[in-house]
Design a protein around this ligand. Structure first.
Ligand SMILES: Cc1cc2nc3c(=O)[nH]c(=O)nc-3n(C[C@H](O)[C@H](O)[C@H](O)COP(=O)(O)OP(=O)(O)OC[C@H]3O[C@@H](n4cnc5c(N)ncnc54)[C@H](O)[C@@H]3O)c2cc1C
Length: 479
């Protein structure tokens, strides 16, 4: 418990933006604390999105979205590599189905040039050579070789873990309900705890507007827009290699089709205005996704669908990222309205916020002992037989497969409960190790994962939750 401790910087929100900012700040001799309202990190938009590292031809030149998208795309490869997170520069294609849409591709290409992004308009023949399963009705495409894909929750968890390994504190179950200017800085309080910082950074995603209002900053509004997805099994992994977008309209980018870094195929997201952070899926939303996927590709292998999910974007009424100092509270920085391409932009936003905004308030002295690398939580299946045997000899728990679909070992699950930031529930283990992410969606491994959590954390099995709060799986023994 960090009550009454004075930090240099408090970051509010354990998403990819807050996580990478916290990590960036640990490159300096600063005491950093990250506070998150949920019982685990990565519970907002960073948990459920398309995982696309956008090339940067789409954002309006001159906006923060354009600047940080392009810079973030360049930084992502090293950031992900250092953090042991899967990243692939698979390239993206904006597909045109009419002459009018081809004109839009030309405009996108011009916009890309202004943003400094290399693209090429390709005809049917090259498009089909690149993507044999693209719709036979597709006429042309804008090809952006610098587009990529990354695992968003791995990136967020690894960033926060690496920040913690470098000395940052993490306070979960800390829902900020008050922000108060005090003599030496700012007091950040929840119902139960208080932390104090010279600088406070609001990275609260959907809660970003409410946090700003607590400090008297009511000059922007944060809205919510839900996106629903369907996910296909890894068996379909080779169906497409690049990310396929429809030509954007005034309503946005629409449904995309993409491989994931783990070898699944993802179709989505919808874009439905919302009042809250509700992440339920709907028959209408999912039907729309399937209908558009079938328009984009010839015969998508829908028989391999293994799950559906939704994420919620937090957009600002400025239709751009808001990354600036508070007008009313000295030492408070807002980093909100970070909708797409926020995942892509996150490494660049983190660098800017640390170097330019925090650096203009606190003297930044290099932390000579900073170590920016981290081993992934789910590493075992990628090892050679010899390497696996060596590890099993030292720790037999790595010889026991718990999740058959994703080949996750007991050793990896135990590790996820111990390393920073430690998993506390079944979904936390799932996001760190992939156990339960395969075809059976946890049907076989979930009881075993619950038992391991119970044993390792020393809590009764009936207290093990799916995702914190009141999501216990078991009510008691039947025999
Ligand atoms: C459907 C969808 C698709 C997307 N696709 C892409 C894509 O392909 N590529 C791309 O670049 N971007 C994409 N994005 C955007 C990207 O996901 C976001 O820009 C990014 O995740 C935002 O991160 P964040 O840290 O700002 O917010 P979040 O991840 O939402 O984190 C905010 C955190 O703050 C916490 N919090 C809120 N209120 C409080 C409080 N009072 N006290 C303490 N903590 C609080 C929340 O619990 C949450 O953990 C997509 C987003 C969505 C929803």
């Amino acid at each position: 418990m960090v009550k009454n401790e004075l930090f240099d910087v408090i970051v509010i929100g354990g998403g990819v933006v807050g996580g990478l900012i916290a990590r960036e700040l640990t490159k300096y001799r600063l005491k950093v604390c990250l506070v998150e309202k949920e019982s685990d990190v990565c519970m907002g938009a960073s948990k459920a999105n398309s995982g696309i590292v956008h090339a940067g031809y789409d954002a309006l030149p001159g906006t923060l979205k354009a600047k940080f998208n392009v810079e973030g795309n360049k930084l992502m490869e090293k950031t992900a590599g250092d953090l042991g997170v899967k990243f692939r520069r698979n390239g993206s294609l904006v597909v045109a189905f009419s002459e009018d849409e081809i004109k839009v591709l030309e405009k996108l290409k011009e916009r890309g040039e202004k943003n400094g992004v290399e693209t090429e308009i390709i005809g049917q023949e090259k498009l089909r050579a690149l993507e044999p399963n693209v719709s036979s009705d597709a006429l042309a495409a804008l090809f952006a070789p610098s587009g990529g894909i990354v695992c968003p929750y791995e990136l967020t968890i690894a960033a926060i873990g690496n920040a913690m390994d470098n000395g940052a504190s993490l306070e979960t179950d800390f829902c900020v309900s008050s922000i108060e200017k005090i003599t030496d800085g700012i007091a950040v309080k929840s119902e139960k705890k208080a932390v104090f910082g010279k600088v406070v950074i609001n990275c609260a995603g959907l809660g970003g507007g409410a946090i700003a209002a607590l400090a008297g900053d009511d000059y922007f509004r944060i809205g919510a827009r839900k996106g629903e997805y369907v996910l296909l099994d890894r068996e379909s992994g080779n169906f497409i290699s690049r990310t396929l977008f429809f030509t954007p309209t005034e309503k946005g980018k629409g449904i995309l089709a993409t491989p994931t870094v783990d070898g699944n195929i993802l179709f989505g997201p919808t874009a439905e205005p919302q009042e809250s952070g509700d992440v339920s899926t709907s028959a209408a939303g999912l039907s729309h996704v399937l209908e558009r996927a079938a328009k984009m590709c010839n015969k998508p292998p829908f028989s391999n669908i293994i799950t559906s999910f939704a994420g919620v974007r937090a957009y600002s009424d400025r239709h751009d990222f808001i990354i600036e100092k508070s007008r009313n509270t000295e030492g408070l920085i807002h980093c909100v309205g970070i909708e797409s391409p926020g995942l892509t932009a996150s490494p660049a936003i983190a660098k800017y916020v640390a170097e330019e905004l925090v650096g203009s308030i606190i003297l930044l002295e290099k932390n000579e002992s900073f170590c920016g690398t981290r081993a992934p939580d789910n590493f075992f299946s990628s090892l050679s037989a010899e390497e696996k045997n060596e590890i099993i000899k030292k720790d037999p728990s790595f010889g026991k497969i718990v999740c058959r679909c994703e080949q996750v070992t007991e050793g990896e699950i135990i590790r996820a409960l111990r390393v920073n930031p430690p998993a506390k529930d079944i979904d936390g283990v799932k996001r760190r190790t992939r156990s339960g992410m395969g075809r059976c969606q946890g049907g076989f491994c979930q009881p075993q994962v619950a038992e391991i959590i119970s044993r390792e954390l020393g809590v009764p099995l009936t207290s093990v939750t799916k995702c914190g709060g009141k999501s216990e799986l078991l009510t008691g023994r039947t025999k």
